[in-house]
Design a protein around this ligand. Structure first.
Ligand code: HEM
Length: 760
């Protein structure tokens, strides 16, 4: 038995946990009364963990108002003109049984506004979730950039939006897809948007292909299926024909395509940018976000189950983590490269967005820390209306000629003209800069500012010459005067962009055996979902050019012949840092399911629950029925709990089948779970029947390589399932020791040794 001393936890998490012993997720900021309140009162404040855009004017002046100034005001219901209303439950009618009158302006306003509540969703990255936070510079980038927000100790407010790419706004969080990681820094020198993904390379090298890859990956235009999936013919048709997409695709097929949480995801700016320091020297750079909790992923079966059981899994995880004080944290890192005329590093073309630079060749240098500590107060106003734009640059950061980046510089501002209905989207509260804005842009739909003066042109004398152009001394943005080589005007890529396979092979060779196995299964699943055999065969040809074993395993699963490579299989040096396995990370914000026998609750239950809170994790009690066990609230019943919600299970009892178990179905599930139970069928261990849903919970946790720890009467569940002795399945002699075992197992994320991989 390992030491029962719990690991030390971060102080702010412990402090937050100490303040509350309730699980996150309460819907409102005050407890509701049973009867409808009737005494007029002002709006309730936002929940403690919620933030709003800072109250700035449309032109970037601080209003000095409290954040609640962004929301509704006053005790009484009003029309939009502020006039108080006496009735909003009945339309104005000619008599109690008569027709509704057109003059009912309140009815018309209420319904008209409702009719127009929706705006177009984003053409890509429609499904997303956001959080507010603070970025603090370390000062370690001072030598390479004059960007003020990276200065030592400088704190800058940020808003981050995480997203999937393919699905519609209402699609599930846990689908296999790239994740967006877009950060808006409200710096003292203007807003800087770092609009990245959780994958460091992209499908295409030139922005002109973006509509093609997205049309191929989105649902088929005739039937509009499948939703939020790449497992269909048009996607694989495109990527197998357009082989520059193979690199991004293998990352999608790896565990990176199904993150455990937005908190356990890296972020990448993808493109190479150009930094400028105070002396005007330039350095090429790639941006990285490093999550404090490490990179972890879901198991594919878990991801599929979650898409049905909890389609909001990543959203909920982000909000709950912030509410419970386990604030998501990331460090911003830079990979720096000398700004040479050929814009390459070794033999890697830095302008090719389908290539990355292994960290072993160019280490990531950490330059600041991001902490997300506020959830939005209003999803639409903040997460839906936030508008990112790659042209939001600040002095010290400039773009390069990466042809994908160049097209993006046009696309984002353009798409928002439609999505946010006009050119004034920068004036929406979440998009407002935190510095004075004097842009000479005028009028347009939804203009919020009341501009003075008569001369919105430059130069002028009628407004005293205002606004004035800034010089170097006034921190003006500098377009770096890069020399453009004399060249013909052509539609063509640099020759170095022609290598589409070497880094795909590098990625494959950097994976551990179990990760390789997952990649094989992902390709096999996705291609098996394609209808056309030619498309499968064409993709197998691409895999043959990556690695023979990968190709053979996928071909076997598809029942197709294994093609020979048509390209030389180069000897690529693996990049071990790409693997998720083999390191240990903090377990902040993990969810621990605690199974309780309400007929015989263990005396140590309360202490363990409190210790899980104190360790910065979230304990959820699972019992036969809702309500309380002693004075502890039950969060899940056997009917509502599924294993995928939990990172680990603690068994404190072996509950008998509850009255709501469905005998025929659940007995079968129990019998299956007991397949290895040495003849103790139907959930019976030592003569006692166990609720089959508890057995299913444990069996699924085992299948997904999660830690399962029991103590006291809980050990009977492990005996009944025949799991005792399996790696990561343990019986402890006290609640404290059980938690200590979990804390020993969780930092590796899963019990990887439970299922030895079949691939070398
Ligand atoms: C390195 C390649 C790319 C990355 C990392 C990337 C990343 C992102 C992210 C994170 C978002 C979601 C922003 C949000 O949360 O609001 C987004 C949206 C979008 N992206 Fe990209 N993207 C890439 C390439 C492109 C290209 C090449 C184009 C077009 C030429 C493009 C067009 C768009 C559009 C139109 C949106 C929707 C924006 C909105 O409606 O607010 N992206 N992209």
């Amino acid at each position: 038995m390992a030491s029962s001393k719990p690991r030390r936890v971060r102080k702010d998490v412990a402090d937050a946990a100490a303040k509350k012993d309730t699980v996150p997720g309460s819907p409102g900021s005050g407890a509701p009364t049973l009867a409808e309140p009737t005494t007029p009162r002002s709006p309730l404040p936002p929940k403690g963990e919620q933030g709003t855009p800072a109250p700035m004017t449309p032109t970037g002046a601080s209003t000095g108002l409290p954040p609640t100034a962004n929301g509704q005001q006053g005790d009484y219901l009003t029309a939009s003109n502020g006039a108080r209303l006496r009735d909003t439950d009945h339309s104005l009618k000619a008599g109690r049984r008569g027709p509704t009158l057109l003059q009912d302006h309140h009815l018309r306003e209420k319904i008209t506004h409702f009719d127009h509540e929706r705006i177009p969703e984003r053409v890509v990255h429609a499904r997303g979730t956001g959080a507010h936070g603070t970025f603090t510079g370390y000062g370690t980038a001072d030598g390479v950039t004059r960007a003020g927000f990276l200065a030592k100790g400088k704190e800058t407010p940020v808003f981050v939006r995480f997203s999937t790419v393919l699905g519609s706004r209402g699609s599930a969080d846990t689908v296999r897809d790239t994740r967006g990681f877009a950060t808006k820094f409200y710096t003292d020198e203007g807003t800087f948007d770092l609009v990245g993904n959780n994958i460091p390379v992209f499908f295409i090298q030139d922005a002109i292909k973006f509509p093609d890859i997205i049309h191929a990956a989105k649902p088929h235009p005739d039937r509009e299926i499948p939703q939020a999936q790449s497992a269909h013919d048009t996607f694989w048709d495109f990527v197998s024909l357009h082989t520059e997409a193979q690199h991004h695709t293998i990352w999608n097929m790896s565990d990176r395509g199904i993150p455990r949480s937005y908190r356990t995801m890296e972020g990448f700016g993808v493109h190479t940018f150009r930094l400028v320091n105070a002396a005007g020297d330039t350095t090429l750079v790639k941006f990285h976000w490093k999550p404090k909790l490490g990179v972890h992923s879901l198991d594919w079966e878990e991801a599929q189950m979650l898409a049905g059981l909890d389609p909001d899994f990543h959203r909920r995880d982000l909000y709950d983590a912030i509410e419970s004080g386990a604030f998501p944290e990331y460090e911003l890192g830079l990979q720096l490269f000398p700004d040479m005329p050929d814009e390459t590093f070794g033999d890697i073309d830095l302008l090719d967005p389908t290539k990355f630079v292994p960290e072993e060749l160019a280490p990531v240098q950490l330059v600041g820390r991001l902490v997300l500590d506020r959830t939005p107060t209003n999803f639409f106003a903040e997460t839906e209306q936030v508008a990112f734009h790659l042209g939001n640059l600040v002095p010290g950061i400039d773009v390069t000629n990466d042809p994908l980046l160049q097209g993006r510089l046009f696309s984002y501002g353009d798409t928002q003209l439609t999505r946010l209905a006009g050119p004034n989207f920068a004036q929406i509260p979440i998009n407002r800069p935190h510095v004075p804005v004097n842009d000479m842009l005028r009028d347009g739909f939804h203009q919020q500012a009341v501009h003075g003066g008569v001369a919105p042109y430059h130069p002028n004398s009628l407004d005293g010459g205002n606004p004035f152009e800034a010089g170097d001394d006034e921190q003006a943005f500098l377009d770096v005067p890069v020399t453009v080589a004399e060249a013909p005007k052509i539609r063509a890529n640099p020759v170095s962009f022609d290598d589409h396979f070497s880094q795909v092979r590098l990625f494959w060779r950097s994976m551990s055996p179990v990760e390789k196995e997952h990649i094989v299964r992902a390709y096999t699943f996705e291609l098996a979902k394609c209808y056309e055999q030619t498309i499968k065969e064409r993709q197998l040809q691409c895999l043959a050019n990556v690695d023979p074993e990968l190709c053979e395993q996928v071909a076997t699963g598809l029942g197709l012949p294994v093609p020979k490579p048509t390209k030389e299989l180069t000897e690529e040096t693996p990049s071990p840092v790409l693997s998720q396995i083999g390191r240990e990370w903090p377990s902040d914000g993990r969810t621990i399911g605690i199974v309780v026998d309400t007929d015989a609750p263990d005396a140590g239950l309360g202490d363990v629950r409190a210790a899980v809170f104190a360790a910065g994790m979230v304990p959820l009690l699972i019992a036969a029925h809702g309500g309380t066990v002693g004075d502890l609230p039950v969060q899940r019943t056997f009917a509502t709990a599924r294993s995928v919600e939990f990172d680990a299970i603690i068994l404190t009892g072996a509950p008998a089948p509850a009255p709501d178990a469905i005998p025929a179905r659940d007995a079968k599930a129990g019998a299956k779970a007991n397949g290895k139970a040495n003849g103790k069928a139907n959930g019976k261990a030592k003569g006692k029947a166990i609720d089959p849903r508890v057995l299913l919970l444990v069996e699924e946790s085992w299948r997904h390589a999660k830690a399962v720890v029991a103590w006291g009467a809980g050990a009977a569940v492990l005996e009944a399932t025949g799991m005792v002795g399996s790696p990561g399945v343990l019986v402890a002699d006290s609640g404290e020791a059980a938690l200590a075992e979990l804390q020993r197992l969780l930092p590796a994320h899963r019990v990887w040794e439970r299922f030895p991989a079949t691939i070398s």
